[in-house]
Design a protein around this ligand. Structure first.
Ligand SMILES: [Zn+2]
Length: 336
């Protein structure tokens, strides 16, 4: 293994990074409550079989009864992609147990976030739950062998800060916003440059590129936090959540967000050349037909994105008054 980059060193104690480390790292933990999804369980059945675990939960499932009095020393482990990591945050916050995250893909920034919002089957938004992970285990042997398509989708979650920044610029309320926006603009610019660099010859099975993807996910979360909110959920995320509600389907998070990014640019009349350098360069799927939808679906999502997010998530939605013009719907169809 090559020497680890300095940003990893700077977080030693909180980040555990290496090759084939997850079994040993989890064996050091106390009684485990492992939250995972079937995909990760199947792909990593061998590793999981070597980890003693008292309770296994699916993402979306709560432990039966509260056990914190009788079992004060359990550790909740989020094991898998965004859904498992986020659900583990909920279980940790409800039980008060320690939280350890073991991402098995680089597909979302939830590796580095502390909060999640519960959603029911129909996409209805519920409570926000928060738990700070005590440890994040990045096993490069696992992450570099995850499906390329899923790993690549994480780049869209990073690119999302740019469309969120455009929303912020559109809705800025005064001088303080002005100052904050100009500070964050150059940081967002740096992040997009780094993404474009990574996408030029993207190979998530390469250790250095995998680490760079993780760094960018981490930096995007830091930007969201330092903005105090505005860079957290831009039009692209509001679109992605509404897409799941309107179609009643689950999508790879980053792919739904990627389509939201493209739509946000089209609604603003901006060129999509730069976002596509990143998305197409890295092989992120975002075209409606690749996601199993068509331009009619996209138009329905755009038409209801404002209403849904205001009613369900109490979030203001920039661009909500813009309707999908003929021109960009044609463009979208051609791009498919
Ligand atoms: Zn996201």
């Amino acid at each position: 293994m090559n020497p680890l980059p300095p940003w990893v060193d700077a977080m030693s104690g909180w980040l555990d990074v290496g090759h084939d480390i997850l079994v040993d790292a989890l064996r050091r933990e106390r009684r485990l409550i492992i939250v995972s999804e079937s995909g990760a369980r199947t792909a990593l059945a061998d590793q999981l079989s070597r980890i003693p675990s008292s309770i296994n939960l699916n993402a979306g499932e709560r432990p039966a009864g509260r056990t914190s009095d009788s079992d004060p020393e359990a550790t909740v482990v989020g094991f898998g992609g965004g859904a498992a990591l986020d659900w583990a945050k909920l279980v940790a916050s409800e039980t008060g147990f320690d939280l350890v995250l073991v991402p098995t893909v680089t597909s979302t920034n939830s590796i580095f976030t502390s909060s999640m919002r519960e959603r029911d089957e129909s996409g209805r938004a519920g409570e926000v739950h928060r738990a700070d992970p005590r440890l994040v285990i990045l096993d490069l042997a696992v992450l570099t062998t995850a499906p390329r398509r899923i790993n690549a989708a994480g780049l869209a979650d990073v690119l999302a800060v740019e469309t969120a920044l455009l929303d912020w610029i559109d809705t800025q309320a005064g001088e303080e916003d002005d100052r904050e926006i100009s500070t964050h603009s150059s940081l967002v610019e740096d992040l997009v440059d780094a993404l474009a660099g990574l996408a030029r010859a993207y190979d998530p099975s390469d250790e250095a590129q995998c680490l760079e993807t993780l760094r960018l996910l981490y930096e995007s979360v830091r930007l969201m936090e330092s903005s105090g909110g505005p860079l957290g959920a831009g039009y692209e995320h509001l679109f992605a959540w509404n897409l799941e509600r309107v179609t009643g389907r689950k999508f790879v998070h980053g792919e739904a967000v990627a389509l939201g990014i493209v739509v946000a640019h089209l609604l603003r009349g901006r060129s999509v050349a730069r976002p596509l350098t990143v998305l197409d360069g890295a092989g992120v799927l975002w075209r409606p037909h690749q996601l199993g939808i068509d331009d009619e679906d996209v138009a329905r999502v755009v038409a209801s994105v404002g209403e849904y997010n205001r009613a369900e998530r109490h979030l203001d939605v920039p661009l909500a008054d813009r309707s999908p013009g003929r021109e960009w719907r044609d463009w979208l169809r051609e791009a498919s």
